[in-house]
Design a protein around this ligand. Sequence first.
Ligand SMILES: [Zn+2]
Length: 103
Amino acid sequence: MIGIKVKEPERKCNDVNCPWHGHLKVRGIAITGKVVSTAMQRTVVVEKERLHYLPKYERYEKRTSRYKAHLPECIDVKKNDIVTIMECRPISKTVHFVVVSKK
Ligand SMILES: [Zn+2]
């Protein structure tokens, strides 16, 4: 139990920074987005798209936000997977989100 209703990972892991099996607590906001990069070790880049309205042209433009998120050992993701990430304490300089489940 980590506070939000998402699918639990099937296997266990020994990652201390895992919200399911380690000591990491999650808090703050939950975001669903697409994995755009898995090049880092145990960290992924998640991108979320939102629509911003332009009154002058009466149209929407796409804006994206990128989040770096820690990937626990019990969750496997590939590029273009849809994941839910949750805010946590800073794990490194730029990482303060953790992947909690994969769609
Ligand atoms: Zn785990």
